[in-house]
Every structure is written in C-alpha cells, then in structure tokens.
Design a protein around this ligand. Structure first.
Ligand SMILES: *Cc1c(COP(=O)(O)O)cnc(C)c1O
Length: 225
C-alpha cells in the first residue's frame, strides 16, 4: 500500500489557501507510510488508539505533532501526556481533570478540543449544548485548578452521510457555537482558535462552513480494513 501523493498535495494546498491545518489520520497505518508523508512535509498526524500511538511515537521523527482524535479513557491519559500535541475528543470534566493532572507531572500544558455532539446518530460521543456550557464555565471559574490544560477549540463529527443537506447544517451549528464562545472573554484556560471538523467524505463542506482543522485518513492512506 502506498500513500496517495496527489491527494496529499491537493489537500495541503487547499488547507494552505483556507488557513486550515491538515491532520493526517494514520490509525492502523504503519510507521513507514507516516514517514513517507513526513518526508513530503507533513507534520500533523492523528491517531485513535493510545497503544498504537505510544508504539509509533518512538519510531518516528520527534518534531511530529501528534493529535489524539479518538475517545480517550481517563486511565490511558498517562501514556500520551508527555508528548501529545492536541487532544480532540474531550467530552467530560473527569477526563479534563485527568489530562490536567498528567500534564502537570510533565510540567507542560496540554491543549484540548471539546467534542460537541452534532450528528443525528446516537452512537457518537460528545457534549450537548448544556454540557458544553457547564464545562466551559467550570473551567473558566476555576482557572487555578486547570493550570495545565487549555481549551483551544471544538471538534465535531457530522453524520455518516454523503448528503450535504444532512451534514452542512450540523457543521453550521457547530460553527455557530464556536463563534458564540469565541466572541466571549478569552482567558489562559479557555482560548478558542481551533474548529476541528471535516473528514475524507465531508471536508469540502466543513471548510465552507468555517472549519480550520481537517482530519483526513482514507484520502491520504487509502481505506482501512
Ligand atoms: C478515522 C477518523 C478520521 C478520518 O476518517 P477518514 O474518513 O478516513 O478521513 C477523522 N476523525 C476521526 C475522529 C476519526 O476517527
């Protein structure tokens, strides 16, 4: 299996024009393929499984920005806390507290995106609007307890649908929530500048709706088993 170089160049140029960050989602793919993309200049990679990420990290260049995009369990934060660049899927206070605690052990601050539930499907993780409001105000009002994390944006997944009529309003809704909170007073712990939405099937719509971070797997690495 080889990486899809022309897709990569196209996506890279598109992201550059749009001022968006391209995260290459390399879950289930070998380090050799990640390295091929690295050699073309790619630096941001996303993984979904803690063990897989912890295994790959030492095999690859140290200046890679590793994004954790899966559902993170509190008891596994410790395995990635020393190096993870951005955690995309934070959906509860307990997890945020654990990330803060593990980050403190490594004397660093870990940037986190809050995952918001926007899809129709019941199965996807994420906060509803009320939970989002509560989480943000808790962190804002207790900044001293969260000195080692920073909420830097939101992440969402659209419904599994090729139909723009389904996905577009979901992305638009997330963008509106993002704009709402980004327009409020920013602080050391809540400082919003990243909106992570859009995957291989829906990235164009996501960009049109204001995404500034795409998470692209199969278009770059081919389909997964
Ligand atoms: C796998 C995955 C992606 C990439 O999906 P593709 O459709 O292969 O681009 C993006 N985001 C998350 C959260 C994922 O789990």
């Amino acid at each position: 299996m080889a990486i899809h170089i022309s897709n990569y160049q196209e996506l890279r140029d598109l992201c550059r024009e749009a001022g968006a960050t391209l995260v290459a989602v390399s879950k289930t793919k070998p380090s050799s393929e990640i390295n091929s993309l690295y050699e073309l200049g790619q630096r941001d990679f996303g993984e979904n499984y803690v063990q897989e990420l912890a295994d790959k990290k030492p095999e690859l260049p140290a200046d890679i920005h590793w994004h954790y995009i899966g559902h993170l369990q509190s008891n596994k934060v410790k395995y990635i806390a020393s190096f993870v660049h951005l955690v995309h899927g934070v959906d509860g206070l307990k997890l945020l507290q654990e990330i803060n605690k593990q980050a403190a052990k490594h004397h660093r601050t870990i940037d986190c995106l809050l995952q918001v539930h926007i899809a129709r499907e019941e199965t996807k993780f994420g906060l509803d609007e009320k939970e989002l409001e509560e989480l943000i105000s808790t962190v804002r009002n207790n900044a001293g307890e969260y000195a080692n994390i920073r909420i830097t944006g939101f992440m969402g997944m659209g419904s599994f649908s090729e139909d723009p009529k389904v996905v577009r309003p979901e992305f638009r809704h997330l963008r509106q929530l993002y704009d709402h909170y980004a327009s409020q007073q920013q602080s050391a712990t809540v400082n919003l500048h990243t909106l992570s939405m859009g995957m291989s099937g829906d990235y164009r719509i996501a960009l049109e709706e204001g995404s500034n971070m795409l998470r692209i797997g199969s278009l770059l690495f081919g389909s997964r088993n």
